[in-house]
Ligand binder design. Structure first.
Ligand code: CP
Length: 374
């Protein structure tokens, strides 16, 4: 893919707008040590936020790709054309401008019905899709799966068909069942968007990660991105690697052998089994959650000694470039794969910026899939 020539319109300074404004009450509930790391970010965010909002307001709504927005569903990164990817990133920057100005976004999805159907737990993805749809004027239903007829034995397919019959235009589905998203795409008369399926794909996480890196470095082209930790069980690692490579980045997998994918998978991605090798020259160090729930009974053994060898800390980040940034899709296991002090350091961590970008990226995906950019 040709490098997308981008001047970052969304420049947060070194911290996320999500830290800003009126959060002192929650900060004061934290232990003293945590307050010390978080307070400076709170004090400086509003100034940084103001200049960022000014910059973002200059980002006009981008034109759709020349041949139109190609994707009819979003189950994996490969559903997107290069033009779709460039358009989604630009459209997300456009919507980020509204969010940072606290201005109402155009109600482009008024009259559309969006259903969030999460058979697995989620905080970021579910809530940011809800927020994204509401900001664009859609009618949004977040299905309370725990209190639904799934618990009377109704199958996932029957549940989804039932909800689609209520008039869904788009269904956002998280489930680990292999092939479910494709089955739904074949059966239902609505757009299917994958909000995470087992260890396979999480395409909107990859898009928001790319938007975050672009806002920090201007482009992914030529950047070195080290994805570290439990790659074997991670859907984020796969979607990130596919997307980042298409955007011109050098991607590396870093971690112990037992947490790497099978040898015949991701053969175009280099592998390193030490932080010293894997972080050398890295611009971005992406930590991944140790996914104990996918490891079986001996899962906790996978973490024994892990932090000592592969834990991401201020000290180990020195192995990367001096201006390197840390990312993590969340939720984090503090003290397992990442040190809390690094995760909370506004000068090195982009983690809350990733969370912020979850909303405009998902606004962009909903808008493009439901309006085709027209
Ligand atoms: N990153 C991510 O998918 O987080 P949630 O599981 O909270 O949605």
């Amino acid at each position: 893919m040709t490098a997308h020539n981008h001047t970052p319109s969304v420049a947060f300074g070194d911290t996320s707008p999500m830290n800003g404004g009126g959060k002192n009450a929650s900060a004061s509930a934290l232990p003293e040590a945590r307050r010390d790391t978080i307070k400076p970010a709170l004090m400086t965010t509003s100034q940084r936020f103001a200049s960022a909002a000014g910059a973002a307001s200059a980002r006009q709504r981008p034109a759709p790709p020349l041949r139109g927005f190609a994707a009819r569903r979003l189950i994996g990164v490969d559903d997107l054309s290069d033009g779709d990817i460039a358009y989604l990133l630009d459209l997300a920057d456009h919507y980020a401008g509204y969010l940072m100005r606290a201005a109402p976004a155009p109600r482009r999805l008024a009259g559309k019905t969006q259903i969030n159907l999460f058979f697995e737990d989620s905080t970021r993805t579910n809530m940011s899709f809800e927020l994204a749809g509401k900001k664009l004027g859609a009618d949004v239903i977040v299905v309370p799966v725990g209190a639904s007829s799934v618990h009377k034995g109704e199958s996932y397919i029957d549940t989804a068909q039932t909800l689609a019959a209520m008039g869904a235009d788009i269904m956002i589905v998280r489930a680990k069942q292999p092939g479910l998203h494709h089955d739904l795409d074949a059966r239902l008369n609505c757009v299917i968007l994958n909000a995470g399926d087992g260890a396979r794909e999480h395409p909107t996480q990859a898009l928001l990660d790319a938007a975050t890196i672009r806002a920090q470095f201007g482009t992914l082209n030529g950047r070195v991105i080290a994805i570290c930790g439990d790659i074997r069980h991670s859907r984020v690692a796969g979607s990130d690697a596919r997307l980042f490579k298409r955007l011109g980045a050098e991607v590396r997998f870093v971690g112990p052998r037992h947490l790497m994918p099978e040898d015949d998978q991701f053969t175009d991605i280099s592998r390193a089994h030490s932080l010293a090798e894997g972080l050398d020259g890295a611009d971005i160090v992406m930590g991944l959650r140790m996914q104990f729930e996918r490891m079986g009974e001996d899962g906790r053994d996978a973490a024994r000694g892990y932090f000592e060898e592969f834990g991401l800390t201020h000290e180990t980040l020195k192995l990367a470039r001096p201006d390197a940034r840390i990312m993590h899709p969340g939720p984090m296991n503090r003290g397992v794969e990442i040190d809390g002090a690094l995760a909370d350091d506004p000068d090195r961590s982009l983690i809350l910026r990733q969370v912020f970008y979850g909303v405009p990226i998902r606004m962009a995906c909903l808008d493009a899939l439901l309006t085709r950019g027209e």
